[in-house]
Design a protein around this ligand. Structure first.
Ligand code: ADP
Length: 402
């Protein structure tokens, strides 16, 4: 059973083909610069001898429909004709499902319309996702397709957690509330944590920390996200590579008054020029840690701020959940930066989090525990795999309607 997973941007399509019987990636790749004269394709595929091979091509690809045709052609040329013919389903990552979508959903005309209605909430992402869905439907009309939403996992938040204390009409008129993102990753690692702990997910409380260039925390009770750090947009919450996370909401008005910057300029600054980059000029955690170790004061400050914010969320979500069985680190930083994990958990022994320095410092690609053996809370490092989670949810959704 093979599943194609699509993650599309306005000028790009990322794809992976999974063999769901063993979770092997049969092929993966990315098309970039769609609509330009020199579109590029990177394609990696599994050969019959179980080795991967890669190729890079350039060609003019005018739109996403041509992009899918290119993927089909290159897959056929690299011996994947049968695998594509036998596709069980296609799973699309869709950024915003608003309040309509609580779970992955079989795509039909109504669902496409509903995703379109959500465009004001995700003006950059949902249109790009829709273009890819419509192109994929044209290219693979006989294959069932499923939308998997970044927001869906957090739809379990209770109203007192998702409302902002602003006039209630804004919720009715403009759907202003907290939604949360990275849901597929939080869901994937919470499922993996339950498997690792050998306990049913619905009996476990955990705090999941997705720390990549974008970063968010979630409080997961019994497999349901009951709070998360991102909000109406991904700007809220943790400090990120280039996003500020939580700030005083008056800050933009103050800056506008003082500097004359426009709302658009401030929006751009808070999303693209803030966070780690805003403090020390870099958003690559490897560089920041390297510079901090060489006593670069601003790199050290940004690292301290990043970890301090995470620690505050761990404390808050501990209070939300009452008690926790596990804290899970994932994402490029969460999986690889031992120093970040150590600093986030420092001083939280009273909450049951005690890291074993030796385990924390041993790199691995596997799911692993880094807590001290006797610690009441498991601290886990779990490599995320959003594409695999999308593939799994695609299969579950198609089987449920069959
Ligand atoms: P994205 O949100 O773009 O998917 P990733 O999850 O790939 O981001 O995470 C990117 C971040 O992970 C970058 O800040 C990068 O520096 C950091 N990272 C990757 N490898 C390491 C490492 N070995 N040590 C520290 N940070 C790392």
């Amino acid at each position: 059973m093979n599943v194609l997973v699509i993650n599309s941007g306005s000028s790009s399509i990322k794809y992976q083909i999974f063999n769901m019987s063993n979770n092997n990636v049969l092929a993966s790749g990315v098309i970039e610069r769609i609509g330009e004269s020199q579109s590029s394709l990177k394609h990696r595929w599994l050969k019959p001898d179980d080795e991967y091979e890669e190729l890079s091509l350039t060609q003019e690809i005018v739109d996403h429909k041509e992009g899918f045709q290119w993927i089909t052609n290159v897959s056929e040329e690299t011996g994947l004709t049968k695998q594509l013919k036998e596709l069980f389903g296609i799973g699309h990552r869709v950024v915003h499902g608003g309040e309509v979508f609580h779970k992955p959903t079989f795509i039909n005309d109504e669902v496409i319309e509903a995703i379109r209605k959500m465009v004001p909430l995700a003006p950059l992402h949902n249109p790009a996702n829709l273009v890819a869905i419509e192109a994929a439907l044209k290219n693979y009309p006989d294959v069932p397709q499923v939308a998997v939403f970044d927001t869906a996992f957090h739809q379990g938040m209770p109203p007192y957690a998702f409302h902002y204390a602003v006039p209630y009409e804004l919720y009715n008129d403009y759907h202003v509330r907290r939604y949360g993102f990275h849901g597929t990753s939080h869901q994937f690692v919470s499922r993996q944590a339950a498997i690792h702990l050998g306990r049913p997910l619905n009996e476990l409380n955990m705090i999941t920390l997705h720390l990549g260039n974008g970063a968010s925390a979630a409080a997961v009770r019994g497999g349901i996200s009951v709070d998360t750090s991102m909000g109406l947009t991904p700007l809220e919450g943790l400090i990120m590579g280039t996003r500020c996370g939580d700030i005083d909401p008056s800050l933009p008005f103050y800056i506008a008054q003082r500097s004359g910057m426009s709302l658009n300029d401030i929006d751009r600054m808070l999303n693209k020029e803030s966070g780690l980059k805003g403090i020390c000029g870099a958003n690559d955690m490897r560089e920041i840690i390297g510079r901090a170790k060489e006593n670069d004061a601003l790199a050290a400050l940004s690292l301290d701020m990043f970890c301090y914010r995470i620690k505050k969320y761990i404390g808050a979500y501990f209070a939300v959940l009452g008690d926790i069985d596990a804290a899970v680190f994932t994402g490029g930083i969460g999986e690889n930066a031992a120093l970040v994990r150590q600093k986030c958990c420092e001083g939280l022994e009273r909450l049951g989090l005690s890291i074993d320095a030796g385990k924390n410092d041993s790199p691995s690609r596997e799911v692993r525990e880094i807590n001290q053996n006797a610690a009441p809370v498991k601290v886990l490092v779990i490599p995320t795999n959003e594409e695999l989670e999308i593939a799994v949810q695609t299969v579950e959704t198609i089987l449920a309607v069959k």
